[in-house]
Write a protein that binds this ligand. Structure first.
Ligand code: GLU
Length: 432
C-alpha cells in the first residue's frame, strides 16, 4: 500500500487548477472550494458483549445548487473529516458532469465493518440516522452505499428514517435492496458505467476492445462489475486484479495465464472484498505482491479501490504500453502522477466521470421511488448507457476544444453547470 496523501488537499488543488484555467471569479471560487455544511457527531452503540462503544460519524454537504445533496456513506477505519470533505466535493462535480439534478454530499463512520456483528452493524446504521435525520431527506440530502456499506444497511437506514418521520420514505436513501425500494441494475451500475466510458474512450485512442488487456485494483462492488463488463461487454482480457486481504492485512495481485475469470473470483470473494487465496491458488491463479497490478504489461489500468494510489512514485512503474486509465475509484491519481500521465499522452477517464454510473442509477432509483413504479433491468442499463455516453462526449468535446487534459475538461463542464445553477438561483448577488 502506498502512503496516502490528504484527499481534500488534492480536491482543492484540482479545483484551483481549473478555476485558474476558467478565469473563475474569486468570489465564486471561494464558495466552491469549501463544503456548505459539515456535521460531525458521536454514535453510541451497545455492543454484543454488553459494552457501550462510541463511534465517530460525519456528513458533509458540499453544494446543493443543482438539487439535493447526494453521495455515499463509507464505513472505514481511516475515515477523517478531510476524506469526507474531498469525497463530498467530488460528488458535486460527479452529479453535474452526469447531468443529474443533484448536488454533492458524503458521509462516513470511523469503523472497520468486518469487526462488527450483524446486530452491531444495524445499531450503528440506525444510530447514524438518529444523529442526522433532521438534516437529510429526499429533498435535501440522499445518502447511498460506498466502501464498507451495503444495500442491507441502506434498508435499515431508510427504515429508521421512516420511523422517525412517521412516514414510509424510500427516496431518502438509495442503493437499497431490490424488493425493498431498490432499483434493478444498481449493483452493476458503477462498474458497468466505468465500462461504458472505457468503450467510448477506446474509439478515440484506436484501441480495439477485443485486443485490450486490463489490470484492476480492488475487488469490491465497482471492480467486480468493471471486470465482468471488461470481459463480457467489451470482449477484452483482465490480466490481473489486486485486492486487500483483511486477514493478512496486505494486498495481493491475482493473475492467470490467458486472463482471470471475474465471475470465478466473485464466487470466492467475501463481502469485504477479500479473495480466498487458497481457492485461487487451487484453481491455478498466481498470487503475487499487491503492487504488481500497476506494473503489469497491459494497455488499460482500472484503479477501483481507494484514493491516492497512482502517485508521483508509483506512476513510474506503469507499462510502456499503457494507453488508458479508467478511474473507478474516487481520487486514485495524485496531481503529481497526473503530470506524468499527461506528458506520456495516456488517456485518463477522470473519476467523477468514470464512476458516475452508481449515482446515476441512484437517481433513477429515487425517480422510481417517487413514482412508485419500477423499471426493468434492461431499461435501467440502457438509460445508464445513454447518460454515461453523453457525459463522456461532453467532457471529450471540451478537452478537444480547449486542448486540455480530460480531468481539467471534466472540471470545466461540471463547474460551468454548478455556477450556472448558482447564478440562476441568485446566490451570487449576495441577497440569497
Ligand atoms: N458512493 C457512490 C459514489 O461515490 C454512489 C453515490 C450515490 O449513489 O449517491 O459515487
Amino acid at each position: 500500500m502506498v502512503k496516502k496523501i490528504n484527499a481534500f488537499d488534492m480536491a482543492q488543488i484540482q479545483f484551483d487548477t481549473v478555476a485558474k484555467l476558467l478565469q473563475l471569479d474569486n468570489e465564486i471560487a471561494e464558495i466552491l472550494r469549501w463544503p456548505q455544511r459539515e456535521y460531525s457527531f458521536r454514535i453510541p452503540v451497545r455492543m454484543d458483549d454488553g459494552r457501550l462503544k462510541v463511534f465517530q460519524g460525519f456528513r458533509v454537504q458540499h453544494n446543493d445548487a443543482r438539487g439535493p445533496n447526494k453521495g455515499g456513506i463509507r464505513f472505514a477505519a481511516d475515515e477523517t473529516l478531510d476524506t469526507v470533505r474531498a469525497l463530498a466535493t467530488w460528488m458535486t462535480w460527479k452529479c453535474a458532469v452526469a447531468d443529474i439534478p443533484l448536488g454533492g454530499g458524503k458521509g462516513g463512520v470511523v469503523v472497520d465493518p468486518s469487526t462488527l456483528s450483524t446486530n452491531e452493524k444495524e445499531s450503528l446504521c440506525r444510530g447514524w440516522v438518529q444523529a442526522m435525520w433532521k438534516n437529510i431527506g429526499p429533498r435535501n440530502d440522499v445518502p447511498a452505499p460506498d466502501i464498507g456499506t451495503t444495500p442491507q444497511m441502506m434498508g435499515w437506514m431508510m427504515d429508521e428514517y421512516s420511523r422517525l418521520v412517521g412516514q414510509y420514505t424510500p427516496g431518502v436513501f438509495t442503493g437499497k435492496p431490490v424488493g425493498g425500494g431498490g432499483s434493478l441494475g444498481r449493483t452493476e451500475a458503477t462498474g458497468y458505467g466505468v465500462i461504458y466510458t472505457v468503450r467510448e474512450a477506446m474509439k478515440h485512442i484506436n484501441l480495439d476492445p477485443k485486443n485490450s488487456v486490463a489490470a484492476l485494483q480492488g475487488f469490491g462492488n465497482v471492480s467486480q462489475y468493471a471486470a465482468i463488463g471488461f470481459v463480457e461487454i467489451l470482449g477484452g482480457t483482465v490480466a490481473c486484479v489486486s485486492c486487500y486481504d483483511r486477514h493478512d492485512k496486505k494486498a495481493y495481485t491475482y493473475s492467470k495465464k490467458g486472463g482471470v475469470d471475474p465471475r470465478f473470483l466473485m464466487s470466492i470473494v467475501d463481502q469485504y472484498g477479500t479473495v480466498d487465496k487458497q481457492k485461487a491458488l487451487d484453481s491455478g491463479y498466481e498470487v503475487t505482491d499487491g503492487d504488481k497490478w500497476l506494473e503489469a504489461d497491459v494497455n488499460v489500468l482500472i484503479p477501483a479501490a481507494l484514493e491516492g494510489q497512482i502517485t508521483g512514485d508509483t506512476v513510474k512503474k506503469v507499462s510502456k504500453n499503457l494507453k488508458l486509465v479508467a478511474e473507478g475509484a474516487n481520487g486514485p491519481t495524485t496531481p503529481e502522477a497526473d503530470e506524468v500521465l499527461k506528458k506520456n499522452k495516456v488517456f485518463v477517464i477522470p473519476d467523477f466521470l468514470c464512476n458516475a454510473g452508481g449515482v446515476t442509477v441512484s437517481y433513477f432509483e429515487q425517480v422510481q421511488n417517487d413514482a412508485n413504479y419500477y423499471w426493468e433491468k434492461d431499461a435501467v442499463l440502457r438509460r445508464l448507457d445513454v447518460k454515461m455516453t453523453a457525459a463522456f462526449n461532453a467532457v471529450y468535446q471540451r478537452s478537444q476544444e480547449e486542448k486540455v487534459y480530460t480531468r481539467d475538461a471534466a472540471y470545466m463542464v461540471a463547474i460551468d453547470r454548478v455556477v450556472a445553477a448558482m447564478e440562476m438561483r441568485g446566490w451570487l448577488t449576495g441577497n440569497a
